[in-house]
Design a protein around this ligand. Structure first.
Ligand code: UD1
Length: 318
């Protein structure tokens, strides 16, 4: 049994990691400042973890949070491309300054390994598909820059201090507990709820924009593997965390129609600033060095996600 610190524990991915670790019998400490995380995400597991409301920018709190910890899974972030375009300073603070504080605390506490929620947005709008880790990054949005800068900090802490770090470049992770309620919410969470409610969803662009949508269980498993893989295979390295298949927004809308019972059409609006057109991962490095496998494909993941939202949003007694 190892001791884990999950940052952003009340968020969508953080709270999924907390559950997976508890199921394995690991000891879990979680921190969140509730800037985007939600208490409900931890409701039924809160008593089983050492939860602390804390901000990454509070170095003292980070030192306390890292004390006695074996592994850190660093999910805390302001995870939005458009939000970073509106507020680059806020994005920089949370996504870079926060990461550096955590790394300093993890180094001082002699944590065994830090696994970081990096982002495929670091690749930017390069025409080459699929994206592989050896490609030069080309970030567009302030968010993508911040996520890439934090990756480089992760690598630098391995090189300078020997702190084992692994970066997982997430490609559009989706699934139960992803917040559908903000204008900055992930597209599948937003569309699922809108279509279940009979509200018309909006596609930004012509709908041929594509993403390597990755169901949450795959991302959870990548994190666990990134902790257990030998250091010689993964320390100081970056891996794509995805499925190796891309789906267009038009296809997601079509797939959601039968699952949600939505009968209407979709609305089209201009593309969002900072968006990239296509995103598709080459996952061979993660397969080779971490033993990563795609556990749940897009269709099964989407079905499970819509089921979850349906159960959450049903009126009491229905
Ligand atoms: C997402 C993640 C980001 C992650 C990145 C790379 C979210 C909120 N953001 O960014 O943290 O680092 O993937 O994995 O999960 N769209 C619509 N209609 C809507 C909402 C969005 O058409 O109502 C479009 C967007 O314009 C974009 C695509 O859907 O073209 C995906 O958008 P979004 O779900 O916000 O994700 P990314 O910006 O790709």
């Amino acid at each position: 049994m190892a001791k884990f610190l999950v940052t952003g524990a009340a968020g969508f991915i953080g709270s999924s990691l907390v559950r997976a670790l508890l199921e394995r019998g690991d000891e879990v400490r979680g921190i969140d400042n509730f800037s985007t995380g939600r208490r409900e995400n931890l409701a039924e597991v809160l008593k089983q973890i050492d939860f602390r409301e804390a901000d990454l920018l509070d170095l003292n709190a980070m030192h306390k949070a890292c004390a006695g910890v074996d592994y850190v899974l660093h999910e805390a972030a302001i995870p939005s491309v458009p939000k970073s375009v509106v507020d680059p300073i806020g994005s920089n603070r949370a996504n870079i300054d926060g990461t550096v504080n955590l790394l300093v605390a993890a180094r001082d506490a002699k944590v065994k390994r830090v696994v970081y929620a990096a982002s495929s947005s670091a690749y930017g709008d390069t025409p080459t598909l699929p994206k592989h880790e050896a490609m030069p990054p080309n970030p567009i949005s302030p968010y993508a820059v911040a996520k890439l800068a934090s990756e480089l900090y992760m690598i630098s802490f391995f090189r300078c201090y020997g702190l084992e770090t692994v970066c997982l470049r997430y490609f559009n992770v989706f699934g139960p507990r992803q917040d559908p309620s903000s204008p900055y919410s992930g597209v599948l969470a937003k569309f699922s709820i809108q279509m279940l409610r009979g509200e018309q969803p909006t596609i930004f662009g012509d709908g041929e924009t594509s993403r390597d949508f990755t169901y949450i269980d795959n991302a959870v498993s990548a994190n666990l593997l990134a902790c257990s893989a030998p250091a010689s295979e993964c320390a100081g390295r970056v891996f794509n965390c995805a499925t190796g298949r891309r789906i267009t927004l038009n296809e997601t809308f079509a797939a959601l129609k039968p699952l949600t019972g939505y009968k209407g059409e979709v609305n089209y609006a201009p593309e969002r600033a900072g968006d990239i057109k296509h995103s598709l991962a080459d996952i061979t490095q993660a397969q080779k060095h971490l033993g990563y496998k795609v556990l749940v494909n897009f269709e099964d993941g989407l079905r499970r996600t819509v089921e979850w939202y349906k159960n959450q949003h049903q009126p009491v007694g229905a």
